[in-house]
Design a binder for this molecule. Sequence first.
Ligand code: NAP
Ligand code: GDD
Length: 376
Amino acid sequence: MAKTALITGVTGQDGSYLSEFLLAKGYEVHGIIRRSSVDYRERIAHLEGTPHFHLHYADMSDSMSLVKLVGKVMPDEIYNLAAQSHVQVSFDAPEFTADVDAVGVLRILEAVRTNHLEKTCKIYQASTSELYGKVEEVPQSETTPFHPYSPYAVAKLYGFWIIKEYREAYNMFCCSGILFNHESERRGETFVTRKISLAAARIAQGKQNCLYLGNLDSLRDWGYAKDYVECMWLILQHNTPEDFVIATGVQHSVREFATLAFHHAGIELRWEGEGINEKGIVASINTALAQAKELKVGDTVVAVSPDFYRPTDVVNLLGDPSKAKHELGWNPQTTSFEQLVELMVAHDMKKVAADDAAAEIRKVNLAEYLEKGVDK
Ligand code: NAP
Ligand code: GDD
């Protein structure tokens, strides 16, 4: 019989890829959405209305909505991906972040218990490499001590421990995937990789002059989100409930990401200056790709702004995925860093060009509308 999965955070980057993955495996997929003034859910629009995909209104801050929904759906597996997931935003909205990212996990666990599903329903919790924070060893594995370094990470630490507690106290099959940064063409536009890939595309097409970033020295272990959702599923298919680090085992700086992204947009960068004065300057232009008429060698296209510095920043994340590799048979190198950057920039080069075309059509339509009047 087809299994039933409930995904919180279904509209997010990971939720959209996980939905596709589970549907392809024959699952009945249910997702939680919340009321928003904008009804278009870009990442899952292609799945809406398909036979085995169902959406329900609920909210991680509303226990009753979760209890009722879990009772209605009776899932075999819950993937708890919903979160206020932006680290910098967690400094501005720490209480909301704690409510959703910490207590929200407890609400899911209690919704399962209230519906007496603790013996049959497995739970995956979206834990994070941010738990290592001000890192105490490099690389980080399942045994590395945690040192959370933002309100987001502190909230996620509660989520990690309450999952472990319910596993031990009530013998529930609930586990954490400690996922390192994973990116894609569906990544939110304010996370650093997507901010860079979009800006590189816009600058190459003459739609933006300069990209402002924060800490260029920050080091991350960046993987491809599509590869990582497979691991979420593998963790729940394992014979015992355990926590796993999911990472590539390869580390790069924000500066390296930017250099490669601009290269794929047709702009070679050279870096000058230090700290707040560092700049990414155009060293050469591949005019087959970068067609911006105004762009010239010597232009500053990347600069540093203190607006993107964090009160405390996590700067040295590198995961050791050995356990996932050996126990789950997962390949951490399916998509390399180089392939990831290339596919994100290729996507955004097309997107920026298409956005322009769409804007042109809107302009023509508007002109016609203004000329002809609304009822003609
Ligand atoms: P994302 O794109 O920001 O998606 C977050 C999802 O959570 C969205 O569907 C959002 O819904 C939903 N959500 C937020 N608040 C909610 C609430 N109060 N009630 C119901 N839903 C709510 O995040 P992601 O990159 O896919 O990450 C998925 C999960 O993995 C998150 O928990 C994140 O913290 C964790 N994680 C991510 C990474 C990474 O590198 N991507 C690494 C480690 C861990 P709306 O669309 O309505 O906003
Ligand atoms: N967002 C952003 N914007 N980050 C910047 C910028 C900028 O302009 N300039 C430099 N950075 C640095 C940040 O200071 C951080 O050290 C690094 O780039 C990565 O930032 P993000 O892409 O925002 O991701 P994150 O690592 O803070 O958080 C993401 O990964 C976590 C896993 O480690 C999120 O997806 C979290 O939800 C996830 O848990």
